[in-house]
Design a protein around this ligand. Structure first.
Ligand SMILES: NC(=O)c1ccc[n+]([C@@H]2O[C@H](COP(=O)([O-])OP(=O)(O)OC[C@H]3O[C@@H](n4cnc5c(N)ncnc54)[C@H](O)[C@@H]3O)[C@@H](O)[C@H]2O)c1
Ligand SMILES: N[C@@H](CCO)C(=O)O
Length: 782
């Protein structure tokens, strides 16, 4: 049976709602025998540290104020989570513990680690009791009975035995993070944020298969995503880089977390307890992931020179100050970076062997593949110079370059550094679905286009999909020989496989280009977004799906800062969506859109002169690649109705297909049945059209198929697609066959409308339009 250790940090347990959310995660992800390691709720450890400081300073007023704060927070959690009897018992227990703390303080026998341990003990007890209240068998376990240290060294054999004896498969165990005991049964801590370490230690002792670190970010990012909106979430990070980031003080993983996994097969992942659906970042063994680029920032550090440092001494110092300390050698000397507020303790511990070189430093480190470091260091120096930021110290190591500065690296500067130093090295994986009329042309154009994009961005086509077969190559498909490769290597697939393989792609960015006409494929979009894929669609189904589904997709994309381009879904390569977006963003308000939005119907209506049956023109349009796979989608007006809906939504209207009146250009009953059945009855279509055509002649007008959308001052809208008889001299009557025309009125274009006209269907122009969307995306990601 597989065993998993889950770890929830303080931010995941900061309120009663968060406990409830964590309990739901446990219910859906855990079973008996698994362990859940918890940190102290919210900022409890910080508050307990303050409590300790007030005790040391003999500040009895401060002490009782902070203790009251602790009590209020815990009591609030208990009251919100538990029903009467249980609530009463837990409040009584809490009261006893707080009384004990007060009496130890009074007797001057308070012990730091024992005091800090309360945070984790309370979290474990509350979560286990809450899970039991929900009917899930859970026990809270004090890790001081599992982990013993002697002279700072873990007694692995003894601990393993204790874990194996205590943690059977009968229940879920909620174990305290951060704390352990020494051989005299005194409480000791494993270092600040040591709960990650507790989780991996525990996993190694109980031979677990995996550790999930649940946190408040969606995984490991290229830089702090709260400061840089386009920080890149990495699906995989290798252990060495994760360890280096931790040593540099990056908070995503604690420095010791990885050591228990060193020679094990235990999998480690970092994922969000706030967004359970978001795919995790896996921390993988060397060779299972490419080295990535990161920027990690520093605040308020002192640079300290140390005469000589003994093995393990940095770890001991980190333990004393409850913070990781980075150390390195430069020009034959040893340096450590210490949080300024703890420097005095470190200097005291090093008793005369260290002195401060520079104090109150800010800065950052760029972590990257070693081959890039020298160049990145030079670029970073130049960028800092341009930003007038003075560098007080810099250092280059094999896998990182460090800059210590006077000024803080604020989010604006960090965004610039990130764009120039991290984004440059990024890769974009491209998945192309639909190798039909447009898709084949698109892939064939790709070779030249990708080479063009490559100058700015590393773009790789990794998958080509037809409805049943796919060619998938995570390292990239050779575009000059894709047909050959398709013949030799394409395989059957199902959607589940596909999503899984896309999820595993080790790229900074991924885009799925949907050139299918498949509603089923469009239904995969939410799952693709969960795998952090940008989307480009020629397919119109997602853009015209039912409003709630569509809105949810939009929200999901926004939450993950992902882009969705779909310019070719209306007007093929014509930049209609760009134009509308531009007007709206510049503050204009579109009041009316009229015109011909179907290349097929434009071509059919303009080409028909009675010399050939209408149905033979339909077949010609199909052969030219103008029509939808089933041309009845065009003739029914449905395709044009979809396009008008996409435009309506683009200008902010909340409409559905049913809100757009539709008049078909074919007899209703021909819409049913197979394409062959339709062909057998094509005479009915011919007479239907002939009749309409003659009506135009009688009126001295011409028959066209048009659409219109009007937006009223009230915000209401009226939309319709259908048959129209227009003056022979009008622009619509004189369109080049196949052209679309969009006549847009707005507040600014009131009397003299904005007109966009050009080919509205065709494989080449559409494929070119998809390339334009891809180019836009690359520019945006750059
Ligand atoms: N033809 C045009 O001028 C034009 C213009 C703009 C937009 N479009 C849109 O582009 C899309 C493609 O048009 P087309 O003319 O190339 O159609 P097509 O029928 O020639 O090609 C569609 C391809 O998608 C494949 N496919 C279907 N379901 C799939 C799935 N689930 N997974 C992967 N592949 C799947 C089919 O096997 C087929 O090869 C349509 O949505 C269409 O509306 C076409
Ligand atoms: N069948 C569509 C293709 C472009 O979406 C048309 O003719 O307009």
């Amino acid at each position: 049976m597989t065993k998993v250790v889950h770890k929830f940090g303080g931010s995941s347990l900061s309120s009663a709602e968060r406990y409830q959310a964590v309990a739901q995660i446990v219910l859906s992800h855990c079973r008996a025998g698994d362990c859940v390691v918890v940190s102290a709720a919210g900022k409890t450890t910080n508050t307990l540290v303050k409590l300790w400081e007030s005790y040391q300073q003999d500040d009895s007023q401060g002490f009782s104020d902070i203790l009251l704060q602790v009590e209020n927070h815990q009591a609030e959690l208990i009251r919100a989570l538990f029903e009467s009897q249980q609530q009463h018992t837990l409040l009584e227990q809490l009261d006893l513990e707080l009384q004990r703390i007060t009496s130890h303080a009074k007797q001057d026998t308070l012990h730091e680690a024992t005091l800090l341990a309360h945070g984790e003990l309370w979290s474990a007890r509350l979560l286990a009791c809450y899970l039991s209240q929900l009917g899930f068998a859970a026990e809270h376990v004090d890790a001081r009975n599992l982990f013993t240290l002697h002279h700072g060294q873990l007694l692995h054999q003894q601990n393993k035995q204790a874990c194996m004896e205590r943690l059977k498969d009968t229940s879920l165990y909620v174990v305290t993070g951060f704390i352990a005991s020494d051989v005299e049964k005194n409480t000791v801590t494993l270092g600040r944020n040591g709960s990650d370490y507790s989780a991996t230690l525990l996993a190694s002792y109980i031979d677990a298969d995996a550790v999930s670190i649940w946190t408040d970010t969606q995984g490991v990012f290229s830089t702090d995503p709260r400061k840089v909106a386009n920080a890149i979430k990495y699906p995989k990070v290798c252990r060495a880089q994760a360890h280096l980031l931790a040593r540099l003080g990056n908070p995503v993983l604690h420095a010791k977390t990885l050591s228990p996994l060193k020679h094990s097969k235990i999998k480690l992942q970092v994922r969000s307890s706030f967004d359970v659906e978001s795919p995790p970042t896996e921390i993988v063994k060397e060779g299972y992931s490419k080295a990535k680029r990161f920027i990690t920032t520093f605040e308020d550090l002192d640079l300290v020179r140390v005469d000589a440092i003994a093995p393990g001494e940095v770890g001991q110092l980190s333990q004393i100050i409850q913070h990781s300390i980075h150390h390195f050698s430069a020009q034959g000397e040893t340096f450590i970076l210490v949080p300024a507020q703890s420097t005095h303790r470190v200097l005291k511990a090093l008793s005369g062997r260290a002195n401060i070189v520079e104090s109150a430093l800010q800065g950052f480190a760029v972590v990257a593949p070693s081959a890039n470091i020298a160049q990145l260091q030079a670029q970073a120096a130049q960028l800092l110079h341009e930003q007038n930021i003075v560098v007080r110290f810099n250092h280059k190591d094999n896998e990182y370059a460090l800059f210590l500065t006077d000024q803080a690296i604020d989010s604006d500067v960090l965004a610039i550094l990130h764009d120039k130093l991290v984004n440059k090295g990024r890769e974009l994986a491209v998945v192309i679905a639909g190798l039909g009329n447009v898709g084949e042309v698109f892939v064939n154009q790709c070779q030249r286009q990708v080479a063009h994009l490559q100058q700015q961005f590393d773009v790789k086509v990794v998958a080509l999909l037809r409805s049943k077969k796919m060619l998938f190559s995570a390292n990239g498909i050779s575009l000059s020989a894709w047909q050959q490769q398709w013949q030799n290597e394409s395989v059957d697939y199902n959607n589940e496989d596909l999503i899984e393989r896309i999820g595993e792609l080790d790229y900074e960015h991924k885009v799925v280009i949907d050139i299918t006409a498949s509603e089923e494929f469009s239904k995969l979009y939410p799952q693709l977004v969960k795998q952090d894929c940008h989307l480009i669609s020629a397919n119109k189904y997602a853009g015209t799906a039912e409003s709630t589904w569509y809105q949810q997709l939009r929200e999901q994309l926004n939450e993950r800062s992902l882009h969705w381009r779909y310019n070719t879904s209306v007007g093929a390569g014509l930049p209609i969506n760009f134009a509308l977006a531009d007007l709206q963003h510049s503050g204009d308000k579109v009041t009316q859109i009229e015109g011909v939005f179907s290349g097929t119907l434009s071509w059919l209506c303009s080409s028909f002169d009675g010399s050939k049956p209408f149905s033979s023109l339909v077949l010609e349009a199909k052969d030219m690649g103008y029509t939808e796979p089933d041309p009845r989608e065009d003739l029914s007006g449905r395709d044009m109705q979809r396009k008008l809906l996409i435009l309506a939504r683009d200008i902010g209207l909340t409409l559905d297909l049913a809100d757009i009146e539709l008049e078909p250009l074919m007899p209703d009953d021909l819409a049913q049945g197979s394409w062959d059945e339709f062909l057998a009855r094509k005479g009915e279509l011919d007479s239907f059209y002939e009749h309409l055509y003659q009506q135009g002649i009688t009126q001295d007008k011409v028959l066209r198929y048009t659409g219109s959308l009007q937006v009223f001052a009230s915000g209401k809208a009226k939309a319709k697609v259908g048959i129209a008889y227009v003056d022979k001299s009008s622009a619509i009557a004189n369109l080049t066959p196949g052209d679309n025309i969009f006549v847009i009125k707005s507040v600014w274009y009131e009397d003299n409308p904005l007109v966009l006209q050009g080919p509205g269907a065709g494989k080449e122009v559409t494929a070119a339009g998809v390339h334009s969307d891809l180019y836009w995306l690359v520019q945006r990601l750059k």
